[in-house]
Design a protein around this ligand. Structure first.
Ligand SMILES: *Cc1c(COP(=O)(O)O)cnc(C)c1O
Length: 436
């Protein structure tokens, strides 16, 4: 392992590193990665949810090969191509009526959210956006501008950005109190603190994933939607991490009973290749030509991969599998919570799950979280953590995960947690792996 990992450190910029342990992989298949020391690693992250179909899925390989066998250029900027058009048509067919206008294709969740943020301001002539504390919408200047994650506090927020708390039942005194606290802030903003008629859009994550895999109370987002409608505010739903089958339904917002105006897809859309999409009403998405483009946007290779992903999610029933295996994995995690005092909460939907690690008085156990994922990797499980206090294990495996694989991962995590409690591993071992 030393070799590949050390070469990475010597050659690659640390600015894009978010390292939790010295992982170096040479290949992968399904839910398994091949470590460069020959070990098989069970992948409970799926590259942060990007590898929705698992590693090396034949449907993606075939789609990419076909696109490269006769390559229709490399860009949609100045030409229509079959893969980009077919992908856009397909995306329009899976979104609610009010979002069924036009599709913008990009490379990443970041450029898609940035484009939407710019477009809603420009198209409505309004100057403000509302988003959530702890929300993560990307790493470019324009997506940081509408995010609320503390890891990005050094970046500049949009001058007209207002952040409200995301309901957190565990920390806010229960489901009801959490919803009321958040909605109270939203109402206070819209009913006096800021001119509601200046607000162009509200950005939501249907599950706040990087902020800690937080699930809002039932009915919460319907109240948010009603307030947005009342004030003519566009509802932008960022499905980048939890969309496209991961939560057991095609869209995570389908669980919430809401219909967003604009929907942003990324990560799993490309199955490991860089492509994102924003889908919304024509008045916004056709605001102006040449408003937001990069040369390789909508290139036929990535667009073909995305079409294969959408086909495969449907054909292989992967949303149903995520619901079934996700429930099994969640049950396994709850069982672990009964035996490991460190686990204070298990939450999520389908294969978007989180386990919050805490000390006896519910203080975030950030140090133990870092040790747990480090130890899990030594034992053969890839798992990262999220949360504004860096104490929530995040489970976003490929949607093809089997029940047996879920059980295997639980066994490894069980041992990792026991080893951390016994002090088998200590802070000295994880030096240099700050995570976030
Ligand atoms: C990862 C993520 C993004 C940013 O996507 P990138 O592909 O990293 O640019 C945006 N929103 C959410 C909810 C994400 O999880």
């Amino acid at each position: 392992m030393a070799d590949l990992y050390a070469r990475d450190a010597a050659a690659l910029s640390s600015m894009s590193h978010l390292r939790f342990f010295p992982q170096a992989v040479t290949g992968g298949q399904g839910c398994w990665l091949k470590s460069d020391d020959g070990r098989a690693l069970l992948d409970f992250s799926g590259s942060w949810g990007a590898v929705g179909l698992g590693h090396a899925h034949p449907a993606i390989r075939e789609a990419v090969n076909a696109a490269l066998n006769s390559q229709a250029g490399a860009s949609l900027l100045s030409t229509a191509t079959e893969p980009a058009v077919a992908l856009a048509e397909r995306l329009l067919s899976i979104v609610p009526e009010r979002a069924r206008g036009r599709v913008w294709l990009g490379h990443s969740g970041s450029d898609a959210n940035e484009t939407v943020a710019r477009a809603v301001l420009a198209a409505t002539g309004r100057s403000r956006i509302i988003a959530f504390e702890g929300g993560y919408h990307g790493g470019t200047t324009g997506s940081v501008a509408v995010s609320g994650h503390p890891v990005q506090d050094a970046g500049a927020r949009l001058p007209g950005l207002s952040l409200i708390p995301f309901p957190n039942p565990l920390r806010d005194g229960g489901v009801q109190a959490a919803a009321e606290r958040s909605l109270g802030r939203l109402r206070a903003l819209l009913e006096g603190e800021i001119p509601a008629s200046d607000v162009a859009a509200m950005f939501i994550e249907p599950i706040q994933s990087d902020g800690g895999m937080l699930v809002a109370p039932d009915g919460y987002f319907r109240e948010v939607e009603a307030l947005c409608r009342q004030h003519g505010i566009l509802l932008v739903c960022d499905e980048v991490k939890v969309g496209l089958g991961r939560t057991g339904l095609l869209h995570c917002f389908d669980h919430l009973g809401i219909e967003p105006d604009i929907i942003v897809f990324g990560k799993a859309l490309g199955g490991g290749l860089p492509i994102s999409a924003a889908v919304g009403p024509e008045a916004v998405m056709n605001h102006a030509s040449a408003f937001s483009f990069q040369t390789l946007h909508g290139n036929p290779v990535c667009a073909s991969a995305a079409l294969a992903v959408l086909d495969t999610v449907q054909r292989e029933g992967l949303a149903e599998n995520a619901a079934d295996v996700g429930a099994h994995l969640a049950a396994g995690l709850r069982d672990l919570a009964g035996r490991h005092a460190l686990i204070g909460d298990v939450r999520g939907m389908g294969l978007a799950l989180g386990a919050e690690l805490v000390t006896d008085d519910m203080t975030p156990a950030s140090q133990e979280t870092a040790l747990t994922v480090f130890r899990a990797h030594q034992l053969g499980l890839v798992l990262y953590y999220v949360g504004t206090a860096s104490n929530v294990l995040e489970f976003t495996p490929p949607l093809t995960l089997t029940r047996a694989e879920a059980e295997r991962g639980i066994e490894i995590l069980d041992r990792a947690l026991a080893d951390v409690a016994r002090g088998v591993i200590g802070a000295g071992d994880t030096a240099g792996f700050e995570g976030w």
